[in-house]
Design a protein. Sequence first.
Length: 300
Amino acid sequence: PPRLWPVYKPLLENYLDEMGIDVDLKTGFSPDVVDYVVYAPSGLRDFTPFTRLKAVLSLWAGVESIADNTTLTVPLARMVDHGLTQGMTEWVVGHVLRYHLGIDAHIHGLKGEWRQDVPPLASERAVTILGLGALGQAAAVALAALGFRVTGWSRSARDVPGVTCLHGGDGLKTALNSAEIVVLLLPSTPATENTLNAETLALLPRGARIINPGRGPLIDDTALLAALDSGHVGHATLDVFRTEPLPASHPYWTHPNVTVTPHIASETRPVTAAKVICENIRRGEAGEPFLHLVDRGLGY
Ligand code: NDP
């Protein structure tokens, strides 16, 4: 059975039982008896043998591995999970505070020098979040609650309390222009590839810091390395990469101004996520619309 199964099977059974839904949970099935696929990125590419499939329910928030699959003709739902959102908020806030407070200077030591560099208050620090979806909004709200000057950017117009919300091409320029810290929480789609490239990185003030828990292709790596080398970008914390695991020879590993984390910003949490899957199965069985549907045309 798939690696996830031992964790999810008892949870799904329990929640479905509570909902009074009689479902036979199996692996090793014949595809033509399957109603719902609970999906994590895998070798499964061809959905044509799943002749009675009603929906694919992704355990992952990012669906770039399946959104453009033309053999899939039924609804695709992605994961919006309280545990995943909370984990991402904590990770983003932690890394923003690292930069904001200048914690590295003290971890690496001031070499015997009693130098009292007092950080500004959060209200004097501009943070921009690219992507105002389930994860971006939660991180933006948490940072705004700490007092940061938060700007968010999305494809369509959004309204998030305490956050300056921008969209469109001009919105991106404004969002980057004053950003001292930029957090990427966009999905990986054809439209978001290289959102940070030589041209857009140049819009940032000198010394800006970048935090990417979104997806590797959001950043043009060559342009980022050049901006780091010139000092235009002060530091980058990267959790996701075009190739994962990040190859040992990749310059990010050894760059003095890059922190690499191994795609651990946040994870789907089985206890909460299994409820989301079960609710969508309930909806499917009741003929109600599924939650968190992916717009296959947009790719997220
Ligand atoms: P959502 O789909 O809820 O939000 C995506 C946001 O990006 C929306 O605000 C959307 O705009 C915006 N967006 C999409 N395309 C564009 C575009 N072309 N231009 C501008 N804005 C755009 O996703 P989540 O918040 O749930 O997740 C975001 C991403 O985080 C995931 O796709 C995944 O890649 C990543 N992730 C990473 C994890 C990790 O551990 N590193 C864990 C989980 C997720 P609009 O509001 O207009 O739709």
